[in-house]
Design a binder for this molecule. Structure first.
Ligand code: AMP
Length: 427
């Protein structure tokens, strides 16, 4: 076939899709515990939503959006991130009116036209939360605690939380001015992008990946001195709450994020096993966005995790045995007969109705070949009910891990099924 998936997009199929599934399941479980409810927004939006919220001077808006005219010439964009759409929905449906603090979560694909490499795709997936309706620093800390709890439940204990605060609008402006002063003598020797950023959006220079620019960035002033008293107090409280919740973090005094809407607390979670694209997720507070989009002044904080990168880490830390187990079968029913037995079909159906992950052999194969299939499917048990067993009114149940065999009496169909379920530990 001469048609393949587009560059920067990929198919997710078993056994890897099992990991995706368990990540999403675990995320939903944790989000529920923290009182977040799902919000599903469209994948296509009016382009202005992103140019206004993410910011004109950002890489996402300047270079990475999938933007095209629809059939009536309106500019449409495939969402590059989730926050803007959540805020649009929050405003469009006046959710701020009667709900107090809204805690949302989302899971879904995002699109950015970036140069693909390991951990960087053009269609990638994020899961995230947005808390809208409070400026309290506790919620900054709670968002980070939620994120680290989620990683821990997945078995990721060595992700590092990097934390900073860019402050509110006035502190950000202060910071921007001190960065301008600092970079002014160097800017001519910096990359083209930095020269543009210097004029349009000085903070963005700190994001530059160019090795020569990075050397200059190392000496740039930190955000700390630019924070006004209120912002400094807010940041102090966030750190206190994190310590109270036993969440470890590192202060990264020059951390800024690639989207303009952030104010005050910002954070990023990195993992050493990811290589150059080491950010697993990130987020922060965005107290001005709702107002800038035409709504009332609303405190908000959120984060997004890259599921693609999360799966990459999990594949590295899970042993192959654990991955195989997640893809295992509870019972494989052998077919010792010449044709498919109605008895086996009914048995399979009964087991599945009781949430036992079962399958059966539908082909006429030798006992050895069927056992090979059972092994390939990672069956924990093999059930044998052939002519010999029928004559003796029994079922043989082989435990494939312990290499033992048990005889189960087959007095009635239901008692036999019940016994099988009991033996494989599903009851
Ligand atoms: P951002 O929305 O840029 O703050 O990104 C949040 C997280 O999404 C990052 O930390 C990455 O884990 C993930 N991410 C962002 N862009 C990509 C991409 N192009 N490919 C894969 N994951 C991405």
């Amino acid at each position: 076939m001469d048609i393949a998936s587009l560059r920067g997009t990929y198919d997710i199929f078993p056994p890897q899709s099992r990991i995706w599934e368990s990540v999403e399941l675990e995320a939903r479980r944790i989000f529920n515990v923290y009182g977040c409810s799902e919000i599903r927004t469209p994948i296509i939006e009016d382009t202005r939503l992103f140019t206004r919220s993410i910011g004109e001077g950002t890489d996402i808006v300047n270079k990475e959006m999938y933007t095209f005219p629809d059939r009536k010439g309106r500019s449409i964009t495939l969402r590059p991130e989730g926050t803007a759409s959540v805020v649009r929905a929050y405003l469009q449906h006046s959710l701020y009116k009667d709900q107090g603090l809204c805690r949302f979560f989302y899971i879904g694909p995002m699109f950015r036209y970036e140069r693909p490499q390991a951990g960087r795709n053009r269609q990638f997936y994020q899961l995230g939360t947005e808390f809208l309706g409070s400026t309290h620093p506790y919620y900054d800390a709670e968002s980070i605690a939620l994120l680290t709890t989620f990683f821990k439940t997945l078995g990721i204990t060595d992700a590092v939380v990097k934390l900073n605060s860019v402050g509110s609008r006035s502190s950000k402006e202060n910071y921007s001015l001190s960065l301008k002063d600092y970079f002014a003598p160097f800017i001519k020797s910096m990359c083209e992008d930095c020269i543009t950023r210097f004029e349009k959006n000085t903070l963005r220079i700190l994001d530059c990946k160019n090795p020569a620019c990075r050397e200059t960035i190392k000496g740039a002033p930190s955000t700390e001195h630019a924070l006004n008293q209120e912002d400094a107090e807010h940041f102090h409280s966030v750190k206190e709450y994190l310590c109270a919740m036993n969440v470890r973090f590192e202060i990264e005094p020059r951390l800024v994020r690639g989207l303009d809407y952030y104010t005050n607390t910002i954070f990023e979670v990195v993992h050493t096993r990811l290589g150059s694209q080491d950010a697993l997720g990130g987020g922060g507070r965005y107290n001005n966005l709702v107002e800038e989009m035409g709504g009332p002044s609303t405190g908000a904080v959120g984060f997004a995790v890259g599921i693609d990168r999360l799966v990459m880490v999990l594949e590295k830390i899970l042993s192959s045995q654990e991955t195989a187990l997640s893809d295992s079968l509870d019972v494989y029913i052998l077919n010792p007969n010449d044709s498919l037995s109605a008895d086996h079909i009914v048995m399979l159906h009964a087991l599945r109705s009781c949430f036992v992950k079962a399958d059966m052999c539908t082909e006429q194969k030798s006992f050895k070949a069927q056992m090979r299939t059972a092994n390939k499917l990672n069956a924990r048990f093999v059930l044998i009910h052939g002519e010999d067993e029928i004559r003796q009114s029994i079922i043989k149940l082989k435990n494939m891990t312990q290499k033992t065999e048990e005889i189960i009496p087959y007095t009635t169909f239901y008692t036999a099924v019940e016994k099988v379920i009991e033996r494989i530990g599903k009851k």
